[in-house]
Design a protein around this ligand. Structure first.
Ligand SMILES: CC(C)(COP(=O)(O)OP(=O)(O)OC[C@H]1O[C@@H](n2cnc3c(N)ncnc32)[C@H](O)[C@@H]1OP(=O)(O)O)[C@@H](O)C(=O)NCCC(=O)NCCS
Length: 248
């Protein structure tokens, strides 16, 4: 089991916020040993789950989300927090003494990642495996302009399409709708290579936001943050790299 936690500074023109993150690589038995971290409400929900796959993803999400809150709020009693779900399945942090912290959760196989953030400053995150992607299905959902952008980066198609998909999923989490919309609304308008592993995009319609993506091994992870926020995501990407090394 690997747990990595950290903080990210979110710099706005006139103010500064912080986000916390936790990345977790764990098998189901590792997480079952930590059931004590669940709030009674979470435990009641967990006890209704029948399939190991969902037990695993639920625990990856809840444990990483609580630890992401712990990364920002050192004195928080994590088992007293309940992370419930809203009507569109978005996570809601309840009973935290550190007011107005929310979380965004993503899980994939035996990896879980969560970001905690002040409600005033929304964030989204998504991880996917690039080698298991259904490239043809993703491409069908892309606009002609987006397909053109894919040609501008020298990445295998599975990697570039999955990366764009994680940007859209992360944005749909910020919007709290998930992908239940006309996906053209999530269209990206640019794709810029920042380094061999990091890419950024702006969105055509949701111009308030930008996506920053990192590739590591056979995984792509995207974070969506407000466009005018300046943030050094290197602590997050360093942890992501370690996580993928452990997973592969
Ligand atoms: C929400 C969605 C983007 C999640 O992406 P994913 O790659 O499937 O799964 P991830 O592991 O990255 O994220 C799952 C987490 O997202 C969060 N989430 C779910 N719905 C959310 C929403 N509407 N807004 C914000 N976050 C949401 C949850 O915390 C969930 O974890 P949990 O169930 O353990 O609490 C996607 O499942 C979705 O759009 N679902 C609704 C529509 C749908 O089912 N479409 C079928 C595919 S087109």
């Amino acid at each position: 089991m690997l747990i990595q936690r950290g903080k990210i500074e979110l710099n706005r023109e006139d103010t500064q916020y912080q986000a916390g993150f936790c990345m977790l690589q764990a098998e189901l038995p590792d997480l079952v040993n930590r059931l004590h971290i669940l709030h009674e409400e979470e435990r009641n929900y967990y006890d209704t789950l029948r399939f190991d796959k969902r037990k695993h993803s639920y625990l990856l999400g809840r444990v990483s989300a609580k630890k992401a809150i712990g990364a920002l709020a050192a004195y928080e009693d994590l088992e007293k927090i309940a992370i419930s779900s809203g009507i569109f399945q978005f996570p809601i942090v309840k009973y935290s003494v550190t007011r107005n912290l929310q979380v965004c959760i993503t899980h994939c196989e035996n990896l879980g990642i969560a970001i905690s953030y002040p409600e005033a400053h929304p964030l989204g995150i998504d991880i996917e495996q690039t080698d298991k992607a259904n490239t043809a299905v993703i491409k069908e959902q892309l606009t002609a302009d987006e397909q053109g952008l894919l040609q501008t980066v020298t990445l295998p198609e599975k990697v570039s399409t999955t990366m764009i998909w994680t940007m859209k999923e992360a944005l749909s989490k910020v919007l709290k709708t998930g992908l239940t919309m006309d996906l053209k609304l999530l269209e990206i308008q640019s794709l810029v290579k920042v380094s061999d592993t990091v890419f950024t995009s702006q969105f055509k319609h949701l111009i308030q936001y930008q996506a920053i993506s990192c590739l590591s091994g056979s995984y792509a992870c995207s974070v969506v943050i407000p466009r005018k926020t300046k943030a050094d995501l290197s602590p997050l990407w360093d942890a992501f790299e370690q996580l993928v090394i452990k997973a592969e």
